[in-house]
Design a protein around this ligand. Structure first.
Ligand code: HEM
Length: 493
């Protein structure tokens, strides 16, 4: 009734307010055990926009995908970096890297764009492909010397291979593996990275709690894990490494020339990059490998054709396979599998902070007053799992993003209207992930090598699909609640 509607509003012209139903958790990222259900029910009640008061802040959730464009168009009213600077400082423990606070004049966002996009992708891809092959195929590393089956947890496998290869790709190696066949040194490097992996896991476990504002000192082992990870990334240690990515080389230079950060603070800004480059990629790789097993025929045909067109041969004599950006981009089936895997597992929250009061006009022409310092949030999972946009939304369909000609499909509709925003695991607008192309390329590289070199299968064919661990909802790609055994062996040659 009108009276209720009036009571629900803060002021005329502001979105309906959902007050007091959300537990006070100190952050916008934890809105109950099931954010999707919560948002859906409020969307049904209020419509395209509604407000939640979380930790003293007003968070306006825009749920209508046609109105996402309005949010993007209102870019000038938002400060889209402040929130990330603050979250990064809180989680990784460095002092503020917001240029407004005076400790650095580096615009890290520009550094990311410069070193992760366009031609900068070429050396990254090349290095990743080499590192993946090194990690997966070196006889002394995986003990894959024969055609015997090896059983391992699929998540453990993806985690290990992607973490090690990604770490080496961004932070370089202590020696040049091509010219230095010294096994002892290679083993020492592997031990160091596996140690970093254990620390990363320990630290990443409590990441949602840190973002929610809990102090890291409460978590003793995670605290020492974070400090140990950072120590390895101190400039004095990084300087001993070769083949470092342009991203880290440039960030080191800018840390040293444009900032007054302490040595440990500088190291922690690199830890932030390590986390960004791994935390979503690891579960996304798991879901992609898990799902490719259900679309093996189409996937292996595409991989076979791409390798053939690129004149690359599977070989067991240590010669690495190369695929350039262009060749990796021309894999619509793998693209569709990866997209579908991320559609099903992504639960990120896109946040923008209003730097001034303004009126946000939604697609239905209704206009809402947003106050300075309010937060406007998009939760793309409501779109990714909307049965009107994606029929049978909880079912994996490997060809969901393929058209009749098996080319990338970009036409998705809601209520008969074509959608611009239907797939957003990498965020949207100005805050979109700068590593998104690399992320998709590296997953494709792993899939290509895995399918080409190994026979792989899930051990228990009747095993249930692992569920999504909702504790990280709001932070990106969700992890599986438990691992699932798979086995692999080198293909006969
Ligand atoms: C930011 C997703 C892989 C680097 C983000 C954001 C999302 C995201 C959702 C925040 C954007 C927003 O809120 O609008 C993902 C997913 C990945 C992935 C799903 C893998 C499947 C990577 C990789 C890198 C990377 C491989 C490589 C370094 C970054 C950085 C930021 C970021 C540096 C912060 C951007 C800034 O503050 O300017 N990512 N990402 N990401 N991502 Fe990724």
């Amino acid at each position: 009734c009108c009276y209720c509607m009036y009571m629900l509003r803060l002021h005329p012209g502001e979105p309906p307010l959902e007050n007091g139903l959300i537990p006070y958790l100190g952050c916008a990222l934890q809105f109950g055990a099931n954010p999707l259900e919560f948002l859906r029910s409020r969307q049904n009640k209020y419509g395209h926009i509604f407000t939640c008061k979380i930790a003293g802040k007003f968070v306006h959730f825009v749920t209508d995908p046609f109105s996402f464009s309005s949010v993007m168009r209102s870019g000038r009213h938002f400060d889209w970096q402040k929130f990330y600077y603050a979250t990064s400082a809180k989680a990784f423990g460095h002092s503020s890297i917001d240029p407004m606070d005076g400790k650095t004049t580096e615009n890290v966002h520009e550094t990311f764009m410069k070193t992760l996009q366009g031609v900068a992708l070429d050396p990254l891809i090349e290095s990743m492909m080499e590192n993946l092959q090194h990690t997966m195929l070196q006889p002394n590393t995986l003990k894959v010397t024969s055609q015997e089956w090896i059983t391992e947890g699929l998540y453990a496998f993806c985690y290990r291979v992607m973490f090690e290869s990604g770490y080496l790709t961004f932070f370089g190696k202590e020696f040049n593996s091509k010219e230095d066949p010294n096994i002892a040194r290679q083993e020492a490097q592997r031990a160091l990275i596996l140690n970093a992996l254990e620390n990363f896991k320990e630290f990443d476990k409590i990441f949602p709690a840190l973002v929610a504002g809990l102090p890291i000192h409460v978590f003793k082992s995670a605290y020492s894990a974070r400090e140990n990870l950072a120590k390895e990334l101190m400039h004095e240690n990084l300087r001993k490494r070769n083949n470092m990515s342009d991203l880290i080389t440039l960030r080191m230079f800018l840390n040293d020339t444009l900032s007054t950060l302490s040595d440990m603070d500088k190291a922690k800004t690199h830890l932030a990059v390590l986390w960004a480059s791994q935390a979503n990629t690891l579960p996304a790789t798991f879901w992609s490998v898990f799902n490719i097993l259900r679309a093996m025929k189409a996937a292996s045909e595409e991989i076979h054709q791409v390798l053939q067109r690129a004149s690359q041969k599977i070989n067991f004599d240590g010669k690495v396979i190369c695929l350039d950006q262009h060749q990796l981009e021309d894999m619509p089936v793998l693209d569709s599998i990866i997209k579908e895997s991320m559609r099903l597992s992504s639960a990120s929250l896109n946040i923008r902070v209003a730097k001034e009061s303004f009126a946000l006009q939604l697609d239905n022409n209704a206009s809402y007053n947003i106050r300075k310092d309010d937060i406007v949030a998009l939760y793309p999972q409501t779109i990714h799992l909307d049965p009107e946009i994606y029929e049978d939304p909880l079912t994996f369909k490997y060809d969901r993003y393929l058209d009749e000609k098996s080319q990338p499909k970009t036409n998705f509709y809601l209520k008969g209207r074509k959608l611009k925003y239907y797939y957003l695991p990498f965020g949207s607008g100005k805050t979109k992930c700068p590593g998104r192309q690399f992320a998709v390329h590296e997953i494709k590289q792993l899939l290509t090598l895995l399918i080409s070199y190994f026979d792989i299968e899930i051990v228990d064919k009747n095993a249930k699909i692992p569920r999504l661990d909702q504790s990280r909802a709001g932070l990106g790609i969700l992890q599986p609640t438990h691992d699932i055994d798979f086995r692999y062996r080198l293909k006969a040659h």
